[in-house]
Design a protein around this ligand. Structure first.
Ligand SMILES: C[S@@+](CC[C@H](N)C(=O)[O-])C[C@H]1O[C@@H](n2cnc3c(N)ncnc32)[C@H](O)[C@@H]1O
Length: 325
């Protein structure tokens, strides 16, 4: 159903103030300065090497948003901020917000991007800032680990002995799948910098006997194999259609007969206006990647068909499609 907006809601959409207050507080590590105790604005400002008056205004805004509390002794973290936004916390998730902040300047160039049709960037921040990329992958890994077993069961990989997790990142899916299917062995293919972190996580999970690694650029380097199944999760939206079609063809060649290619991504519906999050994500990709975009399920299915896959089916709406060799 079409969303309808009041004038107040239209104005609200235009207010990015709270957003930038949050991102700046994370960048400056305000929550770290308040970890476990209250402090006055002057104390916080000293810790941040910042201006006391400006710091106080920021702290007040953070109280109004609900991330800080204020009492006679000063300001302190709300419990959620203490849990997710203090760096020492085992559940720290600030890296994801630091990624948003790193992409802020690109969003500022949206107007020019719309006028020229050209992305303001030559490469995604993941490539230009590998350390941030690593930290973001770790946060996503922690969150996604909870869903990996459900996804594994949904895909029914009982008959598969080998899985290639292409652009496997932190290895969340490879690990989740190996835990669910005891006979499965996985190979994670990714860029060499990423795989160092992945190898550590795989070892921590005690899966180093069953998960191995291949490093390289999946568009240029050999993919090994043959495999019974290949997973491409959240990699195609960083590339243009030609590169995706070529990659799907390449994967077809490294699959065993009856092997499956599973593509997991954020697919747009045919009218490209829904799902709502994905329609806006398409704009995000336009300003933050050189060639990335969101695709429809039909586009992904066409790459599969043209590469020679059959029995193409949508496993989960707007999210997973697979084909059989
Ligand atoms: C958004 S992450 C997805 C990670 C994982 N598949 C998941 O769903 O959680 C994209 C991954 O693709 C990797 N990647 C991007 N371009 C690549 C390339 N040309 N060759 C190999 N890996 C690549 C990145 O290093 C990153 O780990």
């Amino acid at each position: 159903m079409a969303r309808s907006l009041s004038l107040a809601e239209i104005f609200q959409l235009g207010y990015y103030w709270e957003c930038k207050v949050l991102l700046t507080a994370v960048k400056l590590d305000v929550f770290g300065a308040l970890a476990g105790r209250s402090r006055t604005p002057a104390e916080v400002a000293r810790r941040l090497h910042a201006d006391p008056r400006a710091t106080e205004l920021l702290l007040n805004a953070l109280v109004s948003i609900g991330l800080l509390r204020k009492n006679e002794a000063g300001y302190f973290n709300a419990s959620e901020a203490e849990e997710y936004l203090v760096k020492d916390s085992p559940t720290y998730a600030g890296h994801l917000l630091l990624l948003q902040d790193a992409e802020w300047e690109n969003w500022g160039k949206l107007e020019t991007t719309i006028q020229t049709g050209k992305s303001p960037v030559k490469e995604h921040v993941f490539r230009s800032d590998p350390r941030l990329a690593e930290n973001v992958l770790l946060v996503l890994h922690r969150v996604a680990l909870q869903h990996a077993p459900t996804l594994a069961r949904q895909l029914d990989l009982d008959g598969a002995r080998t899985l290639l997790d292409l652009g496997g990142g932190a290895g969340t899916h490879a690990m989740g799948f190996c835990k669910t299917y005891p006979a499965l062995r996985a190979i994670i293919f990714d860029l060499p910098e990423t795989l160092q972190t992945t190898a550590r996580l795989v070892k921590e999970a005690g899966l180093e006997e069953r998960i191995t690694f291949l490093s390289g650029d999946f568009n240029r380097d050999p993919l090994g194999g043959p495999y019974d199944a290949v997973l491409m999760s959240d990699i195609l939206h960083y590339q243009d259609p030609e590169a995706n079609a070529a990659l799907v063809r390449k994967v077809h060649q490294v699959l065993n007969p009856a092997g499956r290619l599973i593509i997991k991504d954020r697919f747009l519906d045919e009218d490209r206006t829904t799902p709502p999050w994905t329609a806006v994500f398409a704009v995000h990709l336009m300003v933050n990647t050189e060639k990335g975009r969101c695709y429809t399920l039909r586009e992904a299915s066409n790459w599969l068909t043209e590469a020679g896959f059959r029995e193409i089916r949508e496993v989960e709406r707007s999210s997973i499609v697979e084909g059989v060799k």
